[in-house]
Ligand binder design. Structure first.
Ligand code: PXG
Length: 458
């Protein structure tokens, strides 16, 4: 634990010098600076005041095996001593990069056999944009250049990955999207599909992709990208009919299909990958976050056979790569992380045990709550919709504020959940115990009671 004086100093120094990601700097400074996290074990964080905080978000949807795992720390330590760095440029490789490429090919759905490494989800998606355009050029179809993605989609913050994303506030900064990136509706049933049955709504939302392809002309459309479940956009869970229809549409119009698995991958949905849960047949998968449980930065682009074969046979040298593509230390940590997940059966545990258990506790604690409009979840990711009228789904005035109010009550009561527009979302570590799930449900109830009180409801 940091003593009170040094915590105050750290806050002061960081407020003066550190420009944080996704932060209103003036507002943070006025509030006295950031909370300092000093330690973590399992699903519990400790801050510089010695407070213990239940992390309902696995860091940023990434610490899948929980904090403080010796197996991962030791893998990094050993690798740092054996070979702290060597790269994959100029016909070299390292043992961890070679072994991880084969392990990922084994775990991924058939046909996704090759991997290109990067350091973040954003870089991986940028890599895909280049590969896709290069592919269509090689195939003699240079007009196929436009990417279709979805409102509320999140694919990162580089110029291309922000363009892929469907967040209008982000587009407002940096004059985005770039040309050649268009967006269609998300399969967000709670907002847009209340008057239809879920499966009809799923098909309708998928057909928005087809309409866009036909509007642009299939000869101009390169690829469609989507997260199996949209995470940062508010945990938007598609109806079962959605992805099979997307498979059909992409095949029919010769459009490449990209599954951004940065959040859904590595067990979060109770399957190794979201594509397996929903039967998605992607040409590319984007992997990051859970690949190392966030212990070190690493991402991977899984490349399907038809693209890989063209790149290999006809592409010549691919002029793309990062200094740290396939860095041996994060690759060694990823192998240790995957070994822990396999040894402890964490993927099946999410599907058969803790996923349904947490959901049942949340239903018990919240289903009758006056401002809860819907609780939805799949595996260990979910959202609680906050509404003024439970029956009609009518929102509170000033749409988009109540999620943050509830989030702040969580924060003050030492549980971390994310506020996204008018919802509270969660994605805890896959190792969450039953007792910790009980505590999460209790604290979510408390935060929503306090939010309702603020809104004059309770
Ligand atoms: N794709 C998806 C689906 C993501 O969720 C990225 C790509 C980009 O990954 P990098 O490693 O470049 O950040 C993400 C990242 C939040 C939050 O608050 C979500 C993300 C990142 C930071 C914050 O919900 N997702």
């Amino acid at each position: 634990m940091i003593d009170a004086l040094s915590a105050a100093t750290l806050k002061q120094l960081s407020t003066r010098h550190h420009l944080y990601p996704f932060t209103d700097y003036k507002e943070l400074a006025a509030a006295g600076g950031p909370r300092i996290i000093t330690h973590a074990e399992g699903v519990w964080l400790t801050d510089s005041d010695g407070q213990k905080i239940l992390d309902g978000m696995a860091g940023l949807w990434c610490v899948n095996v929980g904090y403080g795992r010796k197996e991962l720390a030791e893998a990094a330590y050993r690798q740092l001593l054996d070979l702290s760095f060597y790269h994959g440029f100029f016909k070299t490789t390292t043992e961890p990069a070679a072994l991880l490429s084969a392990k990922l090919a084994e775990l991924c759905p058939p046909g996704l056999d090759r991997v290109f490494f990067a350091n973040s989800g954003s870089e991986a998606n940028d890599t895909i944009v280049r590969m896709v355009r290069h592919y269509w050029n090689l195939r003699g179809k240079p007009s196929k250049k436009t990417f279709i993605s979805r409102q509320h989609g999140y694919h990162g913050t580089t110029m291309a990955s922000t363009s892929l994303g469907g967040m209008s506030a982000m587009h407002g900064q940096g004059d985005l999207p770039l040309p050649g990136f268009v967006h269609v509706m998300a399969p967000y049933g709670f907002e847009a599909g209340r008057d239809m049955d879920a499966e009809s709504f799923g098909r309708l939302a998928a057909r928005a992709v087809e309409e866009k392809i036909l509007e642009l002309g299939p000869e101009n459309v390169a690829a469609f990208i989507g997260e199996p479940i949209q995470g940062a956009g508010g945990v938007i869970i598609p109806p079962e009919s959605y992805w099979p229809e997307i498979n059909r549409i992409c095949k029919q119009h010769d459009v490449l299909l990209i599954a951004d698995e940065v959040i859904c991958g590595f067990g979060r949905l109770g399957h190794w990958f979201g594509s397996q849960r929903y039967g998605i047949e992607p040409d590319f998968m984007t992997l990051a976050k859970g690949i190392t449980s966030g212990y070190l930065p690493l991402s991977a682009v899984m490349v399907g056979d038809r693209v890989a074969e063209t790149l290999i046979e006809e592409g010549g040298e691919f002029y793309h790569g990062f200094t740290y593509s396939g860095h041996p230390v994060p690759c060694a940590v990823a192998l240790a992380n995957i070994a822990v997940m396999e040894q402890e059966g964490l993927v099946a545990r999410v599907r058969d045990d803790i996923g349904p258990y947490l959901r049942a506790r949340l239903d018990e604690a919240l289903a009758d709550h006056p401002i809860v409009g819907e609780i939805r979840s799949e595996g260990l990711i979910g959202a609680i919709e906050i509404v003024k009228d439970k029956r009609t789904g009518e929102r509170f005035p000033g749409k988009g504020k109540v999620g943050l109010m509830a989030r702040d009550h969580c924060f003050r009561n030492n549980v971390i959940m994310r506020g996204i527009r008018d919802s509270l979302v969660f994605a805890p570590a896959l190792t969450l115990s039953h007792a910790e799930a009980d505590e999460m449900a209790r604290l979510a109830r408390l935060a929503l009671d306090l939010t309702a009180k603020d809104l004059g409801i309770l």
